[in-house]
Design a protein around this ligand. Structure first.
Ligand code: ADP
Length: 397
């Protein structure tokens, strides 16, 4: 079956068409500047990537152009829309209601809308994408795959904040975690590679991208993750601060004469390694070359990033009373041997040994620990779109 995977933002829409039998990506692309003017980027497998201006007042036109591109006589990859068996939608927040992926119904859409408070920038955009697809592709089965669902197995002690309980009771204010599709995909893949039972192994997944989070997966269940109510908590990220003393919000507001939205903008967009490097870059490639050129702020930003990862790994080893596998994934995790080595050298006390040569391999599945290492350390490229396609097929077939 061909599955169209959609990741819809407020003014953009990323898509991939995946053949679920061969798991090949038939085509992928992006609709950008929806509601402004509109641009469609389209890449068929083995073909030429093209970008064309298209009038996209709403997401419905964007989807229409995606379908036309996929079915185009010359550059399309299917003959007609009837060759698209299902659509899998990435939905950011499923609250406590969704503990796994679901086939989309009117009731499900209402429940997603009820989570809008928890993800005001993302869930409304995800719903717009779902409605636009339903309009353009009537009768095609749609599935919602939630970023939060995998983490719903966390126990209370991991998901409750030390705040008045009534906020949890009344508003569902708690830790949820994100990147769940990636944490699930990667932790399952480790068990598969090791040929071991997913339900009796302990894995720490380090999803290190522009947004970054860790998870502790104990016997097939996520028991903790570093992001919280929103993706702002946890690690130092590309532009997000991660954990800070909450009093900093008031401190910055007073010093800089900012309102809450202004401070939140600083914490989300101007902080992380971008802020630490004095706005040099949020991209680890730039930071590395600046570091090599002797830029101390870039050097310290990279070290602070690693140190935060080390602290989280240490706490998850304690949470699970040990660890069998540690996995690096996503843009930073898959492509930075020096950061992996820097992080892992803090765990020699656990008997972890890194094979320097294997650690130099980037962007592919590789065991980077030595044979005598007490814990297996892997690099496993994540593939959230494939994970969404698999979940979708499992539910519609
Ligand atoms: P997100 O999905 O959160 O945007 P990604 O997982 O795509 O993030 O990761 C993006 C980050 O990965 C970039 O900002 C960059 O720092 C890092 N990255 C990607 N490719 C490389 C590379 N070849 N070498 C070093 N860092 C890289």
């Amino acid at each position: 079956m061909n599955v169209l995977v959609i990741n819809c933002g407020s003014s953009s829409l990323k898509f991939q068409l995946i053949n679920s039998d061969s798991e090949e990506v038939l085509a992928k692309g992006l609709c950008d500047r929806i509601g402004i003017d509109g641009k469609l980027t389209y890449s068929p497998a083995g073909g030429v990537k093209t970008t064309v201006d298209k009038d996209m007042p709403t997401h419905a036109e964007a989807i229409q152009y995606v379908i036309e591109a996929l079915c185009d006589n010359a550059t399309g990859v299917v003959k007609s829309m009837s060759e698209i068996g299902a659509v899998g939608h990435r939905v950011v927040h499923g609250g406590e209601r969704f503990t796994s992926s679901v086939v989309i119904t009117e009731d499900v859409k209402k429940a997603i809308e009820e989570c809008n408070d928890l993800a005001p920038l993302h869930n409304p955009a995800n719903l717009i994408g779902i409605n636009a697809c339903e309009k353009i592709m009537p009768g095609v089965k749609m599935v919602a795959v939630f970023d939060t669902a995998f983490h719903q197995t966390m126990p209370e002690e991991a998901y409750l904040y030390g705040l008045p309980y009534k906020y949890y009771r009344d508003y569902k204010l708690r830790r949820y975690g994100f990147h769940g599709t990636s944490h699930s995909f990667v932790s399952k893949r480790v068990a598969q590679i090791n040929n071991e039972d997913y339900n009796s192994t302990r894995t720490i997944v380090c999803h290190l991208g522009n947004g970054a989070s860790l998870s502790a997966v104990n016997n097939g269940k996520c028991v903790d993750t570093s992001m919280g109510l929103t993706p702002l908590e946890g690690l130092i990220m590309g532009t997000r601060s991660g954990d800070i003393d909450p009093s900093i919000v008031e401190f910055i507001a007073k010093k800089e004469n900012l309102d809450i939205a202004g401070v939140m903008n600083i914490l989300n967009k101007k902080s992380g390694v971008f802020g630490l490097s004095d706005e040099l870059s949020s991209d680890f490639r730039d930071l590395k070359s600046a570091d090599l050129d002797g830029n101390m702020l870039a050097h310290n930003a990279r070290k602070a990033f690693c140190y935060r990862v080390v602290k989280y790994i240490g706490s998850y080893v304690a949470a699970m009373n040990g660890v069998d596998n540690i996995v690096f994934t996503a843009g930073v995790g898959e492509n930075n041997p020096d950061l992996r080595a820097e992080i892992m050298k803090h765990f020699e006390y656990l008997g972890i040994r890194i094979d320097e040569e294997k650690n130099m391999i980037n962007g592919e599945e590789v065991l980077i620990s030595t044979e005598d290492s007490k814990v297996k350390v892997y690099v496993i490229p994540t593939n959230e779109e494939l994970a969404i396609a698999r979940e979708t097929v499992a539910l519609v077939q």
